[in-house]
Design a binder for this molecule. Structure first.
Ligand SMILES: Cc1cc2nc3c(=O)[nH]c(=O)nc-3n(C[C@H](O)[C@H](O)[C@H](O)COP(=O)(O)OP(=O)(O)OC[C@H]3O[C@@H](n4cnc5c(N)ncnc54)[C@H](O)[C@@H]3O)c2cc1C
Length: 453
């Protein structure tokens, strides 16, 4: 789709924020954040959960928390970075072999490329990062796996189209209903029997019956649909966590001047993966080699020599970090209004200091920081996890079992970043797709048993 048409289509999905300039709004929310360096959060096609939130004493909120309502959700915007979870990011109550098999499937479905070798500038940067950060007990520095491919000189990210493939052809009866809101799951006692849907074009509300129901409505709205359905376990909305995010521009020194290297367009990004003793994940992205260079003026030597140093940090999990749903007020879509209660722990402040320190450590090796490392406004990572998390037992600290089946409700399976139960710094989509594949596989097994039984 031509870029302009793509832009228009994105703006049309901005729902309640139609006409809002997100860059200006982010500048209002976080006047200290370096202008233009959180471009990901500024993208058209996203809309804010609650940018004017009223904070209670001690709360930091997630003022930049955003959602996407186009077909494909955030999956049409994402940057496709797909690291695997490491050390305690992994889900300890899933057998290692099963988790790895699910992650393999996630990589296959998303068509993830895992580069293990590269040349030129990125190889030089990787050597420096390894020298600075590799040590006993730490996950070694590597290149970031991405769910993307080159087609006709263009880098194409794997979106929902890649996952669905030719499902429409292979599965007669499969139907994707656009502009359709799932208002609630219909229950008969403790059994899911269908869904109430709304055609947003006509306002018609209708019901569809189903023997099994799957809700995948993103990290915040999967719990919202459960709440709207009257499914309100104690852990619903709780343990919400969003990656701490810090991105600082830097000027590369002469040693890392891209012009001194053979230019490799399709260069992987060197990155520092998560380790328990350093619960952050970091990248150095030289703008001259980055895939979005088509949008930058690379004739400008300052831009050619610029790089981004970015970190994601794991948020310490607390039951009190939560999205709450109103029983009386509704949002733009007529669903229970969400408000977020979120606070930092002493460990979170330590993690933020670690991200600042590590930004300076990288800069001291590769060039100079062009600004102070500043924490991005809460919600900027766009990775909202935990609010309907899975657990090994129905003990009020989880919403679903290890196959994403909602505790106490038969035939109801959920998906989205909300099911991830661990504190992570790794970008979540690969893990979420892996867990969805695992839940779907179990659901299909049950279907076979049901049909033959
Ligand atoms: C700019 C950007 C860059 C990103 N980069 C990365 C990255 O590099 N790596 C990574 O791992 N992640 C990244 N992410 C996050 C990634 O896109 C999400 O993790 C992923 O898309 C989550 O999938 P999901 O299905 O849970 O939610 P979504 O992709 O948001 O899909 C949810 C869908 O549910 C629909 N929906 C919600 N409520 C209802 C309802 N009541 N009825 C009907 N439909 C409903 C929404 O309209 C949407 O289409 C990025 C996100 C953005 C925006």
């Amino acid at each position: 789709m031509p870029a302009q048409q793509q832009q228009v289509a994105r703006l049309m999905t901005q729902g309640p924020d139609a006409g809002i300039d997100r860059a200006e709004e982010i500048a209002r929310i976080a006047p200290d954040a370096p202008a233009g360096f959180f471009a990901q959060t500024n993208l058209p096609g996203l809309f804010f959960v609650d940018p004017s939130l009223e904070l209670e004493e001690g709360d930091v909120g997630l003022p930049a928390a955003s959602m996407a309502s186009g077909v494909g959700g955030m999956g049409i915007h994402w940057a496709t970075l797909c690291p695997r979870p490491r050390q305690s990011e992994r889900i300890s109550f899933l057998p290692d072999g099963e988790l790895d098999a699910a992650l393999d499937q996630g990589e296959r479905l998303l068509q993830v490329r895992r580069p293990d070798a590269a040349e030129g500038l990125v190889a030089a940067l990787r050597r420096v990062l390894a020298d600075e950060f590799d040590d006993d007990g730490f996950t070694p520095v590597e290149y970031l796996p991405t769910a993307s491919r080159w087609e006709g000189g263009e880098l194409i990210g794997s979106g929902t189209d890649v996952i669905l493939g030719d499902l429409e052809v292979r599965m007669p009866g499969f139907e994707l209903r656009t502009e359709t809101l799932a208002r609630k799951v219909l229950l008969d006692g403790t059994t899911a029997v269908g869904a109430e849907l709304e055609d947003r074009r006509t306002g018609e509300v209708y019901r569809v019956g189903a023997q099994r129901v799957v809700v995948c409505a993103d990290g915040l709205r999967t719990p919202q649909v459960l709440f709207a359905s009257g499914i309100r376990p104690a852990a619903l909305g709780r343990y919400l966590n969003d990656h701490l995010k810090m991105a600082t521009p830097a000027a590369l020194s002469g040693e890392f001047d891209p012009d001194a290297y053979h230019h490799v367009v399709d260069s992987p990004t060197p990155f520092v993966p998560y380790s328990d003793t350093r619960p952050i994940e970091g990248l150095v992205v030289p703008l001259a080699l980055h895939a979005v260079t088509g949008q930058l003026d690379l004739t400008n030597p300052n831009i050619r020599r610029a790089a981004g140093i970015a970190w994601y940090g794991a948020k310490e999990l607390q039951a009190s970090d939560r999205v709450e749903f109103s029983i009386s007020e509704t949002d733009y879509y007529g669903m229970p209004r969400m408000s977020i209660r979120y606070s930092f722990t002493a460990k979170d402040h330590e993690t933020v200091r670690m991200m600042e320190d590590c930004s300076r450590r990288i800069a001291s090796r590769v060039g100079t920081l062009l600004g102070e490392p500043v924490l991005a406004p809460g919600g900027s990572s766009l990775h909202y996890q935990g609010a309907a998390r899975m657990g090994p037992a129905d003990d009020e600290t989880s919403v679903c079992d290890t196959y994403s089946r909602v505790w106490g409700i038969e035939n109801l399976v959920i998906g989205g970043n909300c099911v991830i139960p661990t504190a992570t710094a790794a970008n979540p989509t690969l893990t979420t797709v892996a867990l969805a594949w695992r839940g779907a596989t179990k659901l299909i097994e049950g279907l076979g048993a049901h049909e033959s039984g």
